[in-house]
Design a protein around this ligand. Structure first.
Ligand code: DC
Length: 222
């Protein structure tokens, strides 16, 4: 058993906010593994490496430094090759690159090695898609956070407005399609670990979901 709180689930389930808030309330580092896939895409772009060149991406990752540090703002942020890429990771272009590089086993293997090294005797909260299944099958706590496609579409529209890419029904259909693809891909599919605590928060507020998670872990961590 390792002192890891694994938070997996699809996008717009609220998992990032939950993981970040747990980190703040429990005073433990927060590792957002999606940022590592995004940083891989950004670093490749900066070096002129194609997002489709698995061998070159792997070679690049072997020389790249990635670690999480406390940023000036106080939260834990990815520090990559001497800088905080921050908002540069959040563009739609880099999100598309991240989802491309994330299909390659060699890329996942390199990032898995880095992610495993981030655990120690001290507690961490790690968020992603495959933390409870592949990265830390022996995590002390595993949560799989989800909500219906319609509810996630509602949240995305509330957050992104016009940038969400369509009407409520259209965004919900796109989310359902993406779930289907992610759940059926051969490498690290999006699925709950057998022993994960499945939390469908379609009818819960984020605060209610947070309280549920916090009450489960607080005695062990604090
Ligand atoms: O959570 P996010 O949007 O920042 O993730 C960026 C991309 O990385 C997304 O396409 C899913 C992928 N990803 C993954 O395959 N495995 C993870 N553990 C985290 C993210």
């Amino acid at each position: 058993m390792v002192n890891v709180i694994a938070i997996d689930g699809p996008s717009a389930s609220g998992k990032s906010t939950l993981a970040k808030t747990l980190s703040e309330k429990l005073h433990i580092p927060y590792i957002n593994t999606g940022s590592m896939f995004r940083a891989t895409a950004l670093a490749a772009q900066n070096r002129g490496i194609s997002w489709d060149d698995e061998a070159a991406l792997q070679a690049m990752l072997r020389t790249l430094s990635m670690e999480y540090r406390e940023s000036a703002a106080g939260g834990f942020e990815l520090f990559c090759d001497g800088e905080f890429p921050g908002e540069k990771l959040r563009t739609a272009e880099i999100a598309a690159g991240a989802s491309k590089v994330a299909v390659y086993p060699a890329v996942r293997e390199e990032l898995k090695n880095l992610q495993r090294k981030m655990s120690s005797d001290n507690w961490i909260v790690m968020e992603g898609r495959d933390i409870g299944t592949v990265i830390f099958p022996d995590a002390a706590y595993k949560f799989f956070i989800t909500a219906s496609p319609l509810e996630r579409a509602r949240r995305r529209l509330a957050q992104e407005g016009d940038k969400a890419g369509g009407t409520l029904e259209e965004v919900a259909a796109a989310i359902a399609k993406r779930d289907e693809q992610d759940s059926n891909r051969p490498v690290a599919p999006l699925k709950p670990a057998n022993d994960a605590d499945l939390v469908d928060n379609s009818n819960m507020t984020l605060e209610e979901t947070f309280n549920y998670l916090y009450n489960k872990v607080k005695d062990a961590v604090l």
